[in-house]
Design a protein around this ligand. Structure first.
Ligand SMILES: NC(=O)c1ccc[n+]([C@@H]2O[C@H](COP(=O)([O-])OP(=O)(O)OC[C@H]3O[C@@H](n4cnc5c(N)ncnc54)[C@H](O)[C@@H]3O)[C@@H](O)[C@H]2O)c1
Length: 274
């Protein structure tokens, strides 16, 4: 069902890779609610070709941009401005750790890989906002969002250096968000999403156990990519006009649950077996 919540709104969506991507679902839901947008991803991701199907479905243009390249980002924003004039929303749904990908343990990080992952996963959010800022690309009342994970606040051993990347990302949202609010009337937030089976999610060691545990711990169960997409729509809509500088937990209640009955029972059953 469509409520037309984003009718007339224009934006840029970063990070749709395939049908499982949070950004893919977000694009579908934003389109459903009346938004127009440019889809963008790294040139290497575009070569997979899957994004064309989403572009066709949502009537969107695809523009390649490596989110660590100011040259690429400047071109992307020039194209967006030429097409739409000022825009109303930006979704940063980008994450990658070379150390996670290559199975390097946190106590033995490769710092070149760390730097690359940090640039892609965190600093790119600053770069995107700087481009939008310098080009005065956002309408008053606009909304900028990035995706994050609770490992920024709590220890999740296998999340590795992505935990540090997410802490930095959330801090950038608050730091830059202050100036966006004060000087341009634009809100900036991060959504802290449940574990979700995507390419990035599945790259984390022990991911399915991790997901199962989170699901058992959350009173409402894990939030899916589609649930997240709907929350993103709400955050891009005028219904959340005064929400800014927040890290918004979207996790079925996981973040505030100490322990659940299911987890107690599972531990009890384990102890009885021993
Ligand atoms: N999947 C989860 O469990 C989960 C949970 C919480 C937060 N998140 C976050 O959600 C966001 C989206 O991830 P996802 O789970 O949809 O996985 P995904 O793998 O579908 O998306 C990650 C995207 O980052 C893009 N990317 C990587 N390097 C890039 C670069 N240099 N320039 C531009 N784009 C680049 C990839 O091409 C891909 O589209 C990420 O920030 C991720 O950390 C994911």
């Amino acid at each position: 069902m469509s409520y037309g919540l984003l009718k007339g709104k224009k934006g840029i969506i970063f990070g749709a890779l395939d049908q499982n991507s949070i950004a893919w679902k977000a694009a579908e839901q934003c389109h459903e609610e009346g938004a127009e947008f440019i889809l963008t991803n790294a040139p290497v991701a575009l070569r997979m070709g899957e994004l064309n199907a989403l572009a066709e479905k949502t009537g969107s243009e695809v523009v390649g941009a490596d989110a660590t390249s100011m040259e690429d980002l400047n071109k992307l924003f020039d194209i967006a401005i030429a097409k739409f004039g000022k825009i109303d929303f930006i979704l940063h749904s980008i994450g990658m750790s070379v150390n996670v990908r290559k199975g390097k343990h946190y106590t033995d990080l490769n710092y070149d890989w760390l730097t690359k992952g940090w640039d892609i996963s965190s600093v790119s959010f600053h770069r995107v906002m700087k481009c939008a800022w310098d080009k005065d690309a956002m309408n008053q009342g606009g909304s900028i969002l990035a995706l994050t994970y609770i490992a920024a606040q709590r220890t999740f051993p296998d999340y590795n250096d992505m935990a540090d990347n997410k802490a930095y990302l959330e801090s950038i949202a608050r730091s830059f968000g202050y100036f966006w609010g004060k000087e341009r009337g634009v809100r900036v937030n991060t959504i802290s999403q449940s574990p979700t089976p995507t390419t990035a999610g599945n790259g984390v060691k022990g991911f399915s156990g991790f997901m199962g545990f989170a699901d058992k711990m959350s009173p409402l169960g894990n939030a899916t990519a589609l649930d997240c997409a709907n929350y993103i729509v709400a955050m891009f809509s005028d219904l959340t006009a005064k929400v800014t500088l927040q890290n918004l937990f979207h996790d079925g209640g996981y973040s505030n649950t100490g322990v659940s009955q299911e987890v107690i029972e599972a531990m009890d059953a384990n102890n009885k077996e021993d």
